[in-house]
Ligand binder design. Structure first.
Ligand code: HEC
Length: 127
């Protein structure tokens, strides 16, 4: 689905991006959702938001929600694995979700690469 980015959605997505940057530069910004909650709401199952996005079937609401969910994921501490790797992966994931929400060119390719389940789980998901 190719929907046109409205100025409003672009603004909200930009605000989400800024929220993440602020989260990185302060220690007081606590996530409202745990990594587990983000996975359950956004990633688990064949009909998940993540799956819809990867099939290019996501609605604008899906994209906005994923921008929020990945921001929350990035605010979490890694439950396993080192922080540098976690920050790199979750930031790339969040940026790709924001790009999708902005309907930016190349966003889908970035999203598919950044949302590779195994790549992240092999390092950061506890057994
Ligand atoms: C950037 C990292 C990252 C990516 C990408 C990622 N996951 Fe996860 N996932 C995690 C982490 C970390 C956990 C463990 C959370 C915990 O146990 O606290 C997890 C746990 C899960 C769980 C278990 C949730 C539960 O109830 O304990 C499921 C299901 C899951 N992921 C599905 C997926 C799927 C499907 C994809 C790909 C479409 C995916 N994840 C991509 C990091 C990621």
């Amino acid at each position: 689905m190719k929907s046109h980015a409205t100025p409003k959605s672009a603004l909200i997505a930009a605000a989400l991006g800024l929220g993440l940057l602020a989260g990185c530069s302060t220690t007081s910004s606590k996530p409202k959702l745990s990594s587990e909650q983000v996975m359950e709401e956004g990633f688990e199952g064949k009909g998940s938001i993540a799956a819809r996005l990867s099939q290019d079937k996501g609605t604008q609401a899906d994209k906005m929600r994923m921008a929020y969910l990945t921001e929350q994921l990035a605010l979490n501490k890694p439950v396993k694995g080192d922080l540098a790797s976690w920050t790199q992966k979750t930031t790339a994931l969040h940026e790709a979700a924001v790009a999708l929400a902005n309907n930016a060119p190349g966003a889908l390719v970035s999203w598919k690469a950044a949302s590779d389940c195994k790549k992240c789980h092999s390092v950061h998901k506890p057994d």
